[in-house]
Design a protein around this ligand. Structure first.
Ligand SMILES: Cc1cc2nc3c(=O)[nH]c(=O)nc-3n(C[C@H](O)[C@H](O)[C@H](O)COP(=O)(O)O)c2cc1C
Length: 302
C-alpha cells in the first residue's frame, strides 16, 4: 500500500465510527467517564484525548470541595469501590482555568461538563457561573448526590426531584442536558421518563452502585465507610439499564457507562442501543486503554 492509499484509508475510517448527537459530531463513540480523567489534566501525557469521542469532566459544584477522608479507593475482585466525595475546585476555578484549557486541547474530541448540586438552586448557579459554554457539547447532570432540602435523599432517587433538577437547568441554559442515573433504583425506566418529560436530551446509565468493603480486622476499607462500586461487575448492570431506558422512553438517546474494559464490551453497549459509551475505572488502571478501544473499533468495526 503506498502512502496515498494509506492516508485515504485512514480518512475513511472515522466516518464509520462517528456519531451525531446534540447537534455535534463525535468522531467515535468512546468517551472518558466523569471523575476519572479530571479536566483532561489528570490524563495529559498518557492519554491522547484528541483521539477519543470526548471527555466528561469531573462533577463541578458551586463551591470547592475537598472530598472525603482517605482511603478513597479500594479494589476487589469485581472492580473498585470509591468515595472520592465529589472533590473538585468549584465552578469559579473551572470557568476561569480548567474549562477554557480543556476546550482548547480536546478538539476534535467533544467536551461534556458534569455538574452537581446539593440543593436545586446550586445546579442552576453552577450553570450560570460556567462562563462561555459555546464549545461544550452537553452538560451531564450528576443526580447521585444528596438533596439537603429532602433529608439527604439523592435527587436521582425520585422522579419528581429529577424533573425539578432537569427543568431548573433547562431554564438556565440552551446547552443539551444529560441526566446521569444511578443503577440503585429498581425503576430506572420511570426515572428516565421523568428526565425526558422535563426536557433532558439524553440519559447516561449508570453511575456507581452503593457499596462497602471491610478489611480482616472488620474496619471499613474506605475512610468514609461506604462508597460507589465501579468496574467490571457493572457491565451487565449498565447494559440492562441501557435497554430498559431505551424501552421506557421510546428512544431517548442513551450513553452507556459501566464496566467497559474491551472493545467487545463497547460493542455490547452499541448493540443494545447506546449512542455513545463512557469508560471509567478501566482507564484509571490503564490510561491507554480508551485509545486502544477506538483503534480496535476502527480496525474491526462496531
Ligand atoms: C474514582 C471515580 C470518580 C468518579 N467521579 C464521578 C464524578 O465526579 N461524577 C460522576 O457523575 N461520576 C463519577 N464517577 C462514576 C463514573 O463516571 C462511572 O459512572 C462509573 O465509574 C461506572 O463506570 P466504570 O465501571 O467504567 O468505572 C466516578 C467513578 C470513579 C471510579
Amino acid at each position: 500500500m503506498n502512502s496515498t492509499s494509506k492516508t485515504s484509508f485512514r480518512n475513511k475510517v472515522p466516518s464509520r465510527l462517528s456519531r451525531t448527537i446534540f447537534g455535534r459530531n463525535f468522531q467515535n463513540p468512546v468517551l472518558l467517564a466523569a471523575g476519572t480523567a479530571g479536566f483532561g489534566n489528570e490524563v495529559a501525557g498518557v492519554t491522547d484525548v484528541t483521539r477519543l469521542g470526548g471527555l466528561v469532566t469531573k462533577s463541578i459544584s458551586l463551591h470547592p470541595r475537598a472530598g472525603n477522608r482517605s482511603p478513597r479507593v479500594a479494589e476487589f475482585r469485581g472492580g473498585m469501590l470509591n468515595s472520592v466525595g465529589l472533590a473538585n475546585p468549584g465552578v469559579a476555578r473551572v470557568a476561569a482555568d480548567h474549562l477554557p484549557r480543556l476546550l482548547r486541547l480536546a478538539p476534535p474530541a467533544q467536551v461534556l461538563v458534569s455538574i452537581i448540586g446539593f440543593q436545586l438552586d446550586e445546579y442552576a448557579a453552577v450553570i450560570d457561573q460556567l462562563g462561555d459554554v459555546s464549545g461544550v457539547a452537553a452538560l451531564e447532570l450528576n443526580l447521585s448526590c444528596p438533596n439537603s432540602a429532602a433529608g439527604g435523599i439523592e435527587f436521582g432517587a425520585d422522579p419528581a426531584s429529577i424533573e425539578a433538577v432537569v427543568k431548573t437547568c433547562r431554564a438556565h441554559t440552551t446547552v443539551p442536558l444529560i441526566a446521569k442515573l444511578s443503577p440503585a433504583s429498581p425503576n430506572i425506566g420511570t426515572l428516565a421518563r421523568a428526565a425526558a418529560a422535563a426536557g433532558a436530551d439524553a440519559v447516561s446509565v449508570v453511575n456507581t452502585m452503593p457499596g462497602r468493603l471491610l478489611d480482616r480486622s472488620g474496619q471499613t476499607r474506605l475512610g468514609a465507610g461506604r462508597g460507589g462500586v465501579s468496574g467490571p461487575g457493572l457491565l451487565p448492570v449498565g447494559l440492562q439499564a441501557t435497554a430498559v431506558v431505551l424501552e421506557s422512553t421510546e428512544g431517548l438517546p442513551v450513553i452507556g457507562v459501566g464496566g467497559i474494559r474491551s472493545a467487545d464490551d463497547v460493542r455490547q453497549y452499541l448493540r443494545v442501543g447506546a449512542t455513545l459509551v463512557q469508560v471509567g475505572t478501566a482507564g484509571l488502571a490503564d490510561p491507554r486503554l480508551p485509545e486502544r478501544l477506538v483503534r480496535d473499533l476502527e480496525l474491526r468495526g462496531v
